[in-house]
Design a protein around this ligand. Sequence first.
Ligand SMILES: Cc1cc2nc3c(=O)[nH]c(=O)nc-3n(C[C@H](O)[C@H](O)[C@H](O)COP(=O)(O)O)c2cc1C
Length: 162
Amino acid sequence: MRDLVVYYSQGGNTAYAAEALARLLDADLLRVEPEKSYPSKGFAKFFWGGKSSVMAEAPVLRPYSFQAAEIDRVIIGFPVWAGSFAPPIRTFLRENRKVLAGKRVAAFACQSGSGAERAFGKLRENLGGRELDATLILVDPRDKPSPENENRLRDFARRLGL
Ligand SMILES: Cc1cc2nc3c(=O)[nH]c(=O)nc-3n(C[C@H](O)[C@H](O)[C@H](O)COP(=O)(O)O)c2cc1C
């Protein structure tokens, strides 16, 4: 079973988790990035990111590539934005609909409070209503390291067959 961990991370928390998972699962890693970065500070960060999420935008991504034919499972990681997944993930889902239809899919979310369950619901809708193999919710895993986050991360990797 060959895995791809694909993720978007604005502040580094999702990146931290994605890198840890890729190490545990010996997976390929793909970070997607919008061409036009979201503001990363102050009020603008929450305003523009939140608006983009609520409006269900699909921002243009910087060029990326991955070995689609060699991958059996895609693990999608994102920060929760206004109770949904961060919009760059929507673009990835749209651009890879056919590829994803032929793979197993799991997902993980980073949040500071709540909304991840709703975000997984939105993700499932965007995957044509299919179920996810496994899900994982972490609370700001890089900024707020905790035994809970580490245990959940290892548990998730185990469920995926580590
Ligand atoms: C625009 C925006 C909206 C957010 N909305 C939520 C939210 O609805 N619920 C929540 O718990 N955290 C929310 N957060 C916090 C992030 O999901 C959380 O800090 C996450 O760990 C950040 O991941 P990153 O460092 O990989 O970007 C939001 C952050 C931003 C920038």
